[in-house]
Design a protein. Structure first.
Length: 542
C-alpha cells in the first residue's frame, strides 16, 4: 500500500504470511555458520542489559534512509473491484501516513556496525580493527580459518541481513522485513550477547515497527538499541544521538511527551556539538564532528518532533500558527536529506496527522481548523500544493467545515480538492466520487434537495458494500433523509400532510444517524455534523 493509499480512522491490522524461506536458504545458512565461527569464543554468559517486559515484543523496526538512495517503485493504492480495500474513511480520519515503497537505505553513520563501530570493536577486543575478534581475521597466523572456508565479520554479516530487510521493505513486504530482523536477533543475540552490532538490529527493528504503528514493540527495541550503544560507544557519541532520537520518537508515539522531550533535547545537543569519538574515549575527531555537522536530516527530524511535543500542548489557534514555520522548515530539511518518499519523513507526517486528528476530536473549532491548514501546508511542502496528499487533506478540511455548519467554506474546500484530484484520476475514481459525495451532503444541509438527491444516490451506490466505505453509504442515507425532509413543500402540501411527511423524514434521519454512530462512534465528526443538522430540521418541523 502506498502512502497515497493509507487508511486513516480505524486501525489497520495487516496479516501477511511470513516469508521465512530466507532462513533455510543456502546463503543465509552459510552466513550464519560463518558468524558462529567468527565469534565462537564469545561468552554465552555475557548478556546485554535490556529492560524487558513480562511479554517482550516479538518483532523489530529500522533506521534512517540515505539521501543518495533512490526509492523503489511507488506502489499504487490497493484496489479490489474498483474500490480501496482499506476504506476511504480510514484514510481520511486515522493517523497513519505511510508507504510500502519508501526509501529505507540507512546512512553509514547511522549503522552501529559501520566503520567506526568496527574499529572500536576490533580495538577494544584485541582484534584487527576491522570488527574481527582475536583469531577471527580473514587471513594470517592464528586466524583459525579452515582451508577453503570463507569467514566474514559479524558486522559484515549483519550488514547483509539489514540489506536483505531493506530489499523486503522496498518491495512492499514490510511484515517479511520485520520477521527477518526478528529472526536475526533471535539467531545472533544468544550467540553474541555482548556485541555492539546488536544495537543496530534493534534500531532497525524500532523504525519498522513505528512505521507499522506497533509503538510498544518499537519502544522496546529502541530502548535496547540505546542501552547497547551507550555501553559500547558512550553517552556522547553520534551513534548515541541517533538512538536517543529513535527512542524519543517512540516515546512521542506512546504519548509520553515529557520523556520524549528529554530524549529529543539530549539528542539535539549531541547532534549540535558533533558528539565524541565513536569509541566514546574523548572529544570528537574532525571526521566525527564533520559528520555531525553534515547530518541536517537528523537535526531536522529531532526539531520536528520537539515542535510536535509543543504542538500537543497548544490550546489556541495562535499557538498552532506559531509552530507552523518551524515545522515546515524541518519537513523541508528532512525532504532534502532523505527524499520525499523516505520512511523517516512519512513517519513524521504520520505522527503529525495523529496530533491533528486528536485536535479535531478534543479542541475547539479554531484550533482544529488551524491544525488542518497546517497539515495541508506540510503535505504541500512535501508533495506539492496540487498533489493527491494535499487534496485529501483539503477534503478533510471541507468535512470539518461541513460538520461545523460552515457550508460555504466547506463547498470551496471540496471544490479545490476535486480540481487537484481530477488531474490524477478519472471521474469514477473513489476520491472523485468522495468529493461529489461531500458536495451532496453540503447541498442537503443547505436545502438543495434536488442536487443532494442526485449526488448522494450515486455515491451511495458507489460506496455500498462491506468495510470502511459502507460508512460513506450510511452517511449518504443521512443526506438523502435530509433531502427528503427538504423536499416537503409547505406551500403545496396540506398542513397536516406536511407535518406528517416531515416527521417521517425526521424519524428516518434519526434512525440513520444512530446507525452511523453505532458504526463509527458518537464522537466522530460525521455523526456530530449530522446531529447538528437534525437539530436544525427539528426546529423547522416544530
Amino acid at each position: 500500500m502506498s502512502r497515497r493509499g493509507v487508511a486513516m480512522a480505524w486501525k489497520m491490522v495487516t496479516s501477511l504470511a511470513l516469508d521465512r524461506a530466507h532462513l533455510s536458504s543456502a546463503s543465509t545458512m552459510a552466513m550464519t555458520q560463518g558468524l558462529c565461527a567468527v565469534q565462537g569464543a564469545a561468552s554465552a554468559l555475557d548478556t546485554i542489559s535490556i529492560q524487558m517486559s513480562t511479554n517482550p515484543p516479538q518483532r523489530p523496526s529500522c533506521c534512517r534512509p540515505a539521501a543518495s538512495h533512490s526509492p523503489g517503485p511507488r506502489a499504487e493504492p490497493d484496489f479490489q473491484n474498483g474500490s480501496l480495500k482499506t476504506g476511504l474513511l480510514n484514510r481520511l480520519f486515522g493517523s497513519r501516513y505511510s508507504s510500502a515503497g519508501v526509501c529505507w537505505r540507512p546512512q553509514a553513520h547511522a549503522r552501529g556496525f559501520s566503520a567506526s563501530a568496527a574499529v572500536c570493536h576490533g580495538g577494544s577486543s584485541g582484534g584487527d580493527g576491522n570488527g574481527n575478534r582475536p583469531g577471527t581475521s580473514t587471513g594470517g597466523s592464528g586466524s583459525g580459518t579452515v582451508a577453503g572456508e570463507t569467514r566474514i565479520s559479524l558486522g559484515e554479516a549483519l550488514n547483509q541481513l539489514v540489506d536483505a530487510a531493506i530489499e523486503k521493505v522496498e518491495a512492499g513486504q514490510m511484515e517479511e522485513a520485520v520477521s527477518l530482523l526478528k529472526d536475526g536477533l533471535s539467531t545472533f543475540e544468544p550467540v553474541f550477547p555482548n556485541s555492539p552490532e546488536l544495537g543496530e538490529l534493534h534500531n532497525q527493528a524500532a523504525l519498522l515497527l513505528l512505521f507499522q504503528g506497533r509503538v510498544e514493540e518499537a519502544a522496546y527495541h529502541a530502548q535496547a538499541s540505546l542501552d547497547t550503544t551507550k555501553r559500547h560507544f558512550g553517552t556522547r557519541s553520534l551513534l548515541t544521538a541517533h538512538r536517543l532520537l529513535r527512542l524519543g520518537v517512540c516515546r512521542f508515539a506512546q504519548g509520553k511527551m515529557a520523556d520524549a522531550a528529554g530524549l529529543l533535547r539530549e539528542a539535539l545537543d549531541l547532534l549540535d556539538v558533533g558528539g565524541v569519538s565513536a569509541s566514546g574515549a574523548g572529544p570528537a575527531a574532525a571526521g566525527d564532528a564533520a559528520s555531525g555537522a553534515a547530518d541536517p536530516g537528523s537535526r531536522c527530524e529531532t526539531g520536528f518532533y520537539l515542535d510536535c511535543v509543543a504542538l500537543a500542548h497548544v490550546t489556541d489557534r495562535g499557538g498552532v500558527d506559531a509552530l507552523s514555520g518551524s515545522l515546515r522548515a524541518n519537513v523541508r530539511g528532512m525532504k532534502e536529506a532523505y527524499g520525499a518518499e523516505s520512511m523517516v519523513l512519512s513517519l513524521a507526517l504520520s505522527q503529525h496527522s495523529r496530533l491533528v486528528n486528536g485536535g479535531l476530536e478534543q479542541a475547539d473549532f479554531l484550533v482544529g481548523e488551524a491544525l488542518l491548514k497546517q497539515q495541508i501546508m506540510l503535505l504541500s511542502e512535501v508533495s506539492g500544493p496540487q498533489s493527491e496528499d494535499a487534496a485529501v487533506a483539503r477534503y478533510k478540511l471541507a468535512t470539518y467545515y461541513y460538520s461545523n455548519d460552515m457550508l460555504q467554506d466547506a463547498g470551496s474546500a471540496v471544490q479545490q480538492a476535486a480540481v487537484a484530484l481530477r488531474a490524477h484520476y478519472p471521474e469514477e475514481h473513489d476520491l472523485m466520487v468522495l468529493c461529489k459525495h461531500r458536495l451532496g451532503m453540503i447541498c442537503a444541509a443547505q436545502g438543495d434537495h434536488r442536487s443532494a438527491s442526485q449526488l448522494l444516490q450515486a455515491s451511495r451506490q458507489h460506496f455500498s458494500g462491506e468495510g470502511g466505505q459502507a460508512m460513506l453509504a450510511k452517511e449518504a442515507d443521512i443526506g438523502l433523509a435530509m433531502a427528503k425532509f427538504r423536499a416537503v413543500d409547505a406551500a403545496r402540501e396540506p398542513s397536516a400532510q406536511c407535518t406528517q411527511l416531515r416527521h417521517e423524514a425526521l424519524e428516518l434521519l434519526r434512525t440513520e444517524i444512530e446507525a452511523l454512530a453505532t458504526a463509527i462512534g458518537h464522537g466522530h465528526m460525521l455523526v456530530q455534523g449530522a446531529t447538528r443538522y437534525y437539530g436544525q430540521l427539528s426546529k423547522i418541523a416544530r
